[in-house]
Write a protein that binds this ligand. Structure first.
Ligand code: GDP
Ligand code: IMO
Ligand code: MG
Length: 426
């Protein structure tokens, strides 16, 4: 059985927490896209962690963790992340890295930073971790699969060709120091020794797991709005954030993906530039930001204050539909306990017309939120595990969101810790 845990929104919906929870019962946990640019926060018996590339199944003694071919593999960052979790007392996780995974190069990080600097106030708000340049090279067929690091002659030859191309841009456009292919070659030889113990034919591993009826979890990064095809292009990331891509990345037959859990928060948050219709500003934003997440809505990786707003039913319904979600998990319900009334964005007004359909990005820039207000519950529900014990107004809020989304909200998360959840529907 294959299940995917994916984000319905802009990312940071709480996928890490839900994956860590479901990993307790899973045999294989596969991270299928993105790189070390964003973070998944997990709070369990081992402590508090922000994972970047490691799958969120690493805390489960039962699970084998796989980094699939769709991930941007920053080898040094992965190795230091592994060391950090081991230093924190987590038993060494079982980890396999696909030999088809492409390696994020030092020049991807440089090019990401140079381009954001060149764009200045028109920048994308990238994390400058090389993600855009990495995926561009992958599709331009000038990337390096992990398996290629193990062939010296091939590696040297390809590095020379790629450096010639990159140097034209680096020196000509950005006026920065040229790359030295021999220096890069030496660096990659070091990286290959670091990754050697984890390199694997994960396609065969996953197929055999499916043949043996094992339970497999696919874990996405960011959310639908950051998908390059389906999101708010160009303010997106550079790999597909939708569950369907998990099948491609991990080599799973699409018909085997039976359950897709779209994770969404009881309010909205977004990092980086781009349209965000239900965004709050000033005092109202600060109140929500301070109370959001486990330590306020600040980036798990970058520490940047996240933009925050009311729950956006138009964007989230679209997000759920594009994920092909069979159910939703609603996180951070506890955060809303300070409000007398809770506005929800139920429509967009664009050029005087109200729509409930999620439009393209240029139209989104002109959209104003149409708000409906729900009564608040004004009490602390943090850690509540009995759905029926929640205040009636909290349950009515969840009922309302479920009707807007069109898929069952089965799990409601009431706190950042692993077991702070109330099952709403079995
Ligand atoms: P991800 O990228 O989707 O894994 O999400 P992040 O970990 O980046 O951001 C989610 C934030 O919400 C983190 O700070 C989590 O600890 C926190 N979180 C998750 N679920 C809950 C919840 O139910 N209540 C509260 N208060 N915080 C939560
Ligand atoms: P945390 O650490 C949410 C956003 C960026 C940008 C887009 C693409 O808060 O969990 P990229 O690095 O691919 O060029 O970024 O994705 N983004 C995040 N959104 N949470 C994050 O991490 C993010 N890291 C990057 O702002 O719009
Ligand atoms: Mg995150």
């Amino acid at each position: 059985m294959v299940k995917a845990i994916v984000g319905a929104n802009w990312g940071d919906e709480g996928k890490g927490k839900i994956t860590d929870l479901l990993a307790e019962q899973s045999d294989v946990v596969i991270r299928f896209q993105g790189g070390a640019n964003a973070g998944h926060t997990i709070i369990n018996d081992f402590g508090r962690f922000a994972l970047h590339t490691l799958p969120s199944g690493i805390f489960s003694p039962k699970a084998t963790n796989v980094i699939a071919s769709g991930v941007a593999l920053d080898i040094r960052k992965l190795v230091s992340e592994l060391k950090a979790v081991e230093d924190a007392g987590v038993p060494t996780p079982r980890l396999l890295v696909s030999e088809r995974c492409q390696v994020l190069m030092p020049y991807h990080v440089l090019l990401d930073a140079y381009e954001e600097e060149r764009l200045s106030d028109k920048a994308f708000g990238s994390t400058k971790s090389g993600i855009g340049p990495f995926y561009s090279d992958k599709y331009a067929k000038i990337g390096f699969q992990l398996c290629e690091l193990f062939d010296d002659a091939l590696l040297k030859e390809r590095l020379e060709k790629v450096c010639a191309l990159k140097n034209a841009v680096i020196t000509g456009l950005y006026h920065k120091p040229a790359l030295d292919p021999l220096e890069l070659f030496a660096e990659l030889l070091e990286q290959r020794e670091l990754i050697r113990p984890y390199r694997a034919d994960t396609l065969t591993f996953v197929r055999e797991a499916l043949d043996a009826d094992k339970s497999v979890l696919l874990e996405g990064q960011l959310g639908t709005m950051k998908d390059p095809d389906l999101g708010i292009y160009p303010m997106v990331t550079s790999s597909h954030t939708v569950a369907a891509y998990g099948c491609i990345s991990a080599g799973i037959p699409p018909a085997q993906l039976r359950e897709i859990v779209a994770v969404t928060k009881a309010y909205s948050s977004s990092v980086g530039a781009g349209p965000f219709v239900s965004e709050l500003f000033g005092d109202e934003a600060e109140k929500l930001r301070r109370r959001g997440g486990d330590k306020g809505e600040y980036g798990a990786t970058t520490g940047r204050p996240r933009r925050v707003g009311w729950f956006d039913a138009v964007a989230t319904r679209y997000g759920v539909q594009m994920q092909g979600a069979t159910e939703a998990a609603l996180t951070c319900l506890d955060v809303m306990g300070y409000l007398d009334e809770i506005p929800v964005c139920v429509g967009y007004e664009i050029d005087g017309k109200v729509t409930r359909s999620f439009p393209t990005a240029p139209l989104l820039d002109r959209a104003k939120p149409v708000l409906k207000t729900m009564p608040g519950w004004k009490c602390d529900i943090r850690g509540c595990t009995d759905y029926n014990a929640l205040p009636a107004q909290a349950r009515a809020y969840v009922d309302f969101l479920e009707a807007e989304l069109g898929v069952p909200i089965k799990l409601v998360s009431t706190g950042p810790k692993r077991h702070e959840n109330a099952v709403r529907r079995p």
